[in-house]
Design a protein around this ligand. Structure first.
Ligand code: ZN
Length: 492
């Protein structure tokens, strides 16, 4: 069988054999379809350093997956060659490879060819900026780690997100933002590594401009490498002023706090039409003008898992719990009309967030009458909900892919902070030795939690800022809902 270089591939079926190294392999999942597996994707490289994007459909992936080991060399033949997609490109090659029924992909124990073991597509800062919001390229980035900000802590519930500040060799600092399973994987890697890395390589990032600030968002193809895990990392370490030796006693770069950008209602409304679909959080301070009742204010949920129950003739079924006789509990699902000086929008709040505002559980505010298909709720609009109208809150909103575009209906609330009578920003000594107990009690209230995050404009983290953010994170560990609930109890 004839041998081919990847650079010689032409569109159509290829019966020649290529010899390639499997650089990386990852799962592409559809977040709009319950994370359904779409394909197994990979980067293949040959002896001429040509990198080609390869794809195995979800139907065929089980056949190839068991023999796929990153770093190994394979012979590849009997595959389809297609034009590269112009979107989210991971290679500079004009073609891509698609595995088919007849594809042969055999691991080689040895090879006489010299095939690179790594390949990155670093871009200068100006080019990364030019790629922002275009969705054309997913470049790689390498820099010296200057800060790790994380929302994965025991104290701050909600979205899992890690932001890494990396100083590029051009001395510009960029912010890499990774979410959910990638964020968890990053923390596991950090734990195993046992120390804070100095040089970090992040692959396949999607540059985004949000409110004028550049974020390099992680994608399903993103990998993170520390220090000497890559050859480019070894070189970069050697170029650092200290020559890559450990600086004993250097201060921690980990800052357990989050900074979520504030936006006005009109900025939010614009963002979902102008930005590409993504998962992102914002803060928005707005006044509740109405409780929308077209879809009711509650749903009948499972008392175990809170998911919506299916109404049968004389019972409720919970699919996640696999329970045909589930115990029902009323849960909030409330659409709030809100507005500020700039515009109006609809915010969707679920059980816990709404209960933290009303201080009344949905199941205490009304009762389910009847069972199964006949079940009804005995109150049209509880007073505790109606009383929210006219109040102003700071809402933390979590936007997902389906929020974007013309079918947009409402923003989902992930947290709510009371925004009335904003307390002055708490001040702390810079000693950094305060324990949780020494934080003044007045700081640990729901009011201050909102103020602390809204006011936190620290883009460049100094050591003092870092210490303060740690304190604020600790302070916010006091549950906002509980704190205000206690206040109310005292008044009554
Ligand atoms: Zn359930």
């Amino acid at each position: 069988m004839a041998f081919t270089l990847l650079s010689d591939l032409k569109a159509g079926r290829c019966s020649n054999t290529a010899e390639v190294r499997l650089l990386r392999v990852w799962e592409a999942r559809n977040i709009n379809k319950g994370m359904e597996l779409m394909s197994l994707d990979m980067l293949l490289i040959d002896e001429n350093s040509t990198v080609v994007h390869g794809t195995v459909s979800a139907l065929l992936q089980l056949r190839f997956r068991p023999r796929m080991t990153e770093g190994s060399v394979y012979t590849l033949s009997g595959f389809d060659v297609t034009r590269s997609s112009p979107k989210y490109r991971l290679s500079d090659a004009p073609v891509a490879i698609r595995f088919n029924d007849g594809t042969e992909f055999e691991k080689l124990s040895t090879t006489s060819r010299t095939i690179p073991t790594e390949h990155f597509r670093f871009r200068p800062y100006d080019q990364i900026l030019g790629l922002a919001n275009t969705g054309r390229q997913l470049p790689d980035v390498m820099g010296e780690l200057s800060a790790i900000r994380s929302t994965i802590t025991d104290r701050i519930p909600g979205a899992q997100r890690v932001m890494l500040n990396l100083r590029l060799e051009s001395d510009t600092t960029v912010c890499v933002s990774i979410f959910d399973s990638l964020a968890l994987a990053f923390h596991s890697k950090l734990d195993v590594y046992g120390k804070e890395p100095r040089i970090v390589v992040v692959t396949a990032v999607n540059p985004k401009l949000v409110s004028g600030k550049l974020y390099l968002n992680g994608t399903s193809a993103t990998r993170v490498f520390f220090d000497s895990e890559t050859a480019v990392g070894v070189d970069a370490l050697a170029r650092l002023p200290s020559g890559g030796t450990d600086q004993a006693g250097s201060s921690s770069k980990v800052v357990h706090a989050q900074k979520i950008e504030p936006m006005t209602v009109s900025e939010l409304n614009q963002f979902i039409f102008t930005a590409d679909p993504q998962i992102i959080e914002f803060l928005c301070t707005a006044k509740v003008t109405e409780i929308q009742l077209d879809e009711g204010w509650c749903y009948i949920g499972c008392s175990t898992c809170s998911k919506k129950l299916i109404r049968e003739e004389t019972s409720f079924t919970c699919v996640p719990c696999n329970e045909t006789n589930a115990v029902a509990k009323l849960k909030y699902r409330v659409i709030l009309s809100v507005s500020d000086d700039t515009g109006a929008a609809a915010f969707l709040g679920f059980d816990e967030e709404i209960a933290s505002l009303t201080h009344v559980l949905a199941s205490d505010a009304a009762h389910i009458v009847g069972i199964g298909t006949n079940a009804q709720v005995d109150i049209d609009l509880p007073r505790s909900l109606a009383n929210l109208v006219g109040s102003t809150y700071t809402f933390q909103l979590r936007l997902k892919d389906f929020n974007f575009g013309p079918n947009h209906r409402s923003f989902t609330i992930s947290r709510i902070f009371p925004a009335r009578d904003l307390a002055p920003k708490p001040t702390f000594s810079d000693g950094g030795e305060d324990t949780d107990q020494s934080i003044p009690q007045s700081v640990a209230t729901g009011l201050d939690v909102g103020a602390a995050i809204v006011n936190n404009g620290a883009d460049q983290l100094t050591d003092a800022d870092g210490a303060r953010m740690v304190h604020e994170a600790a302070a916010s560990g006091e549950d906002a809902g509980e704190a205000t609930a206690r206040k109310k109890a005292r008044v009554e």
